[in-house]
Ligand binder design. Structure first.
Ligand SMILES: CC(C)(COP(=O)(O)OP(=O)(O)OC[C@H]1O[C@@H](n2cnc3c(N)ncnc32)[C@H](O)[C@@H]1OP(=O)(O)O)[C@@H](O)C(=O)NCCC(=O)NCCS
Length: 165
């Protein structure tokens, strides 16, 4: 099978990236540049040499005292399972450490067993469960209340590990 080695860089997401990433990451990242300016979050883009982001994700600092909370991790669907998510998480952990914080937290939807396996591989440990509830409108206009359980996970960053495997 032919292989290509892709040099990747990690940088802050900018407002210029938003029109490009919305097609695969949705509108979630839209508020990120403004929140970065306020210092509430870091939000990173992983890019090949074209500079076009192929993975996105943030760390929130005003949600859980003493921790950075990983947020909206997303790799372009065509490039999943290649190790890019691992690079993204390692870079976010470095940003959390740079704030003087020693713990990373995240919540993973319970059906997302593959994402949970990745977080466990990177050293995250489950410590609780929570739920979120919202009204979902179907194509036919009917609406239903949806409840999603998610697992709370955390990682002690004080050990000096980079998060890369
Ligand atoms: C979760 C996600 C960010 C991981 O990024 P990634 O680049 O696929 O991760 P890596 O390649 O570094 O690691 C892949 C491993 O992570 C796990 N994994 C987690 N979610 C996965 C997914 N949706 N597809 C494939 N592997 C996934 C598996 O253990 C996988 O191992 P495998 O390659 O043997 O299947 C990415 O798959 C993604 O964007 N998924 C959709 C959005 C999502 O679920 N976000 C997380 C919300 S908590």
């Amino acid at each position: 099978m032919p292989e290509v080695a892709l040099p990747l860089t990690v940088r802050d997401l900018t407002t210029d990236d938003l029109p490009v990433v919305t097609s695969w990451a949705g509108v979630g990242p839209r508020e990120a540049p403004e929140r970065m300016e306020r210092g509430e979050v870091d939000y990173l883009a992983v890019c090949p040499p074209s500079g076009v982001p192929v993975a996105l994700g943030g760390a929130i600092y005003n949600e859980i005292p003493g921790a950075g909370t990983l947020w909206q991790l997303s790799v372009h669907p065509a490039l999943r399972s290649c190790g890019i998510g691992t690079i993204l998480i390692g870079a976010l952990e470095q940003r959390i450490r740079a704030r003087g914080l020693r713990r990373a937290e995240l919540g993973v939807d319970e059906p997302n067993v593959r994402a949970r396996a990745l977080y466990e591989r990177l050293g995250y440990v489950a410590y609780g469960r929570d739920s979120s509830t919202w009204d979902q409108v179907a194509d036919d206009g009917s609406s239903a209340t949806v409840t999603m359980m998610y697992t709370l996970m955390r990682k002690d960053l004080a050990s000096g590990e980079t998060g890369h495997v």
